[in-house]
Design a protein around this ligand. Structure first.
Ligand SMILES: *Cc1c(COP(=O)(O)O)cnc(C)c1O
Length: 454
């Protein structure tokens, strides 16, 4: 049996309708720089950083060497009741680069777990300090925080989450400031309305609310929804005013992705809890982290028999190989002044995206640093979307695959999230492929739609 047949016979892939996979199988064999190569030798730009992870490109020598060096010491020992060398060094480094309110790190293996941990910490914090009525959460509509049940409970993408409804704990959902689809189309009006709605809820319910969870500056999986200026800091002010903890999800936006080390720095926001993952190891190994404040940490610090311990952990928490490569990743960030590089190059990306905006069926383009979404619509004037069943985003991305580029859309929002080291030349080449695919697929699909409805 060849590999493709084996993959169809034995595997079940995440977030994948396997019927789609069977029609369009793909097996990656190697990578170099910002490209990956499949088993037939065809090369692709990794324009979504292998789902938002990759930082320095693939097979980066320094990262490879860091893992090899750590392997010669030890691969893994537990973090339950003890620690290890790289996990400790990394903790110091992480606290150093994070917003200054955040002084403690708790490791896990994925972004969803880091969020799950933040939620449990927030919940138990209020229990530990005797404010036991504070048990509920506020979430943002259209938000995404990962796929474990707790993370899904504060997520709100109907397509992903509806089916699990009965399994989730309830949370209050407030609207996201989605300017492009707001009746006013005005960023400030849209922002102020959303903040007003949040304040109404807080006024009424704050005594029963433990925390609010929010993606930082940009909703990712919900379709790259960029929050208007002043929104995240407005949410911070309201959380403080009503004594509700603010959990910021930086899993997608953290580690330089948006042109700051963490996206909440764009608005000087200091969260009470912050989840990060994805780029932390440069896209190499599964490490994630929940940051918190000394105040929250201290609410758990007591004699054992007081039952204030945080009862949570995973087998591979603080894995040495992962922490070693994360440390080297952060060293490269400094050495290459990478965050400023991204900030600078994202101006260039902006210029290139301006050109795409002129294309037919490109309704809206949203960008923060190297995190970009291109929303395709049937009708640019009315913003009418393509019918869901027509799968225009999916088909456009398949076209790009044919043209030698990998990305994965959210509905009809095309994603452009290249590795942070991408050069101007590479950024230009990649966006050329987007342009070509957009000129071919959505146009054809619109004609088909018109024909079918004639
Ligand atoms: C990817 C993502 C997660 C989940 O991280 P995993 O490592 O896939 O579990 C959580 N929040 C946001 C904003 C993400 O983009």
């Amino acid at each position: 049996m060849d590999l493709i047949e084996k993959s169809k016979k034995y595997l079940w892939l995440p977030f994948t309708q396997m019927k789609d996979y069977d029609e369009n199988p793909l097996i990656i064999e190697s990578g170099e720089g910002i490209k990956v190569k499949d088993i037939h030798g065809k090369e692709y730009y990794d324009a979504f950083s292998s789902v938002w992870l990759n930082v320095h490109g693939h097979r980066k020598k320094e990262l490879n060497d860091a893992i090899k060096k750590q392997l010669d010491q030890i691969a893994h020992s537990t973090l339950l009741g003890m620690t290890n060398v790289p996990a400790t060094e990394l903790a110091e480094k992480l606290v150093e680069i994070s917003p200054k309110s955040l002084t403690r790190v708790f490791y896990s293996d994925s972004g969803a777990e880091a969020m799950e941990i933040a939620l449990k910490m927030a919940y138990q914090y209020w229990q530990n300090i005797g404010k036991t009525k504070k048990q509920k959460f506020i979430a943002i509509k259209n938000g995404y925080h990962g796929d474990t049940i707790g993370a899904v409970s504060v997520g709100a993408i109907d397509l992903f989450h509806q089916v699990y409804g009965p399994l989730m704990f309830e949370s209050y959902k407030i609207p996201v400031p989605y300017v492009y689809r707001h009746p006013s189309e005005n960023a400030e009006i849209c922002r102020d309305e959303c903040l007003h709605e949040l304040e109404q809820l807080l006024k009424e319910k704050h005594e029963e609310i433990a925390a609010l969870s929010i993606e930082s500056m940009m909703q990712g999986a919900g379709g790259m929804i960029l929050m208007p200026e002043g929104y995240l800091s407005g949410v911070r002010e309201l959380c403080t005013k009503y004594d509700v903890l603010m959990i910021v999800d930086e899993v997608a936006t953290g580690f330089g992705r948006t042109g700051k080390m963490f996206a909440c720095e764009h608005e000087g926001v200091e969260p009470d809890l912050m989840a990060a993952g994805k780029g932390i190891t440069g896209g190499y190994l599964p490490v994630a982290v929940t940051f918190t404040t000394e105040k929250i940490y201290e609410a758990f610090y007591d004699d054992f028999q007081k039952f204030k311990t945080f009862f949570h952990g995973h087998s591979y928490t603080g894995n040495q190989l992962g922490c070693a490569v994360a440390l080297e990743n952060l060293r490269l960030f400094e050495r290459d002044d990478l965050v400023n590089q991204v900030a600078e190059k994202s101006e260039y990306v902006k210029e290139l995206l301006e050109e795409l905006k002129e294309l037919p069926h490109v309704g809206d383009i949203r960008q923060l640093g190297f995190m970009c979404g291109i929303e395709l619509v049937l009708n640019k004037e009315t913003k009418e979307p393509f019918p869901f069943e027509q799968r225009v985003g999916y088909k456009t991305s398949l076209k790009m695959r044919e043209l030698g580029l990998l990305t994965r859309p959210m509905g009809d929002v095309l994603v452009f999230m290249p590795p942070l080291v991408s050069t101007k030349e590479e950024l230009k080449e990649m966006l050329k492929i987007y342009k070509q695919a957009i000129l071919e697929v959505p146009v054809k699909e619109a004609e088909y739609f018109a024909g079918a409805n004639a």
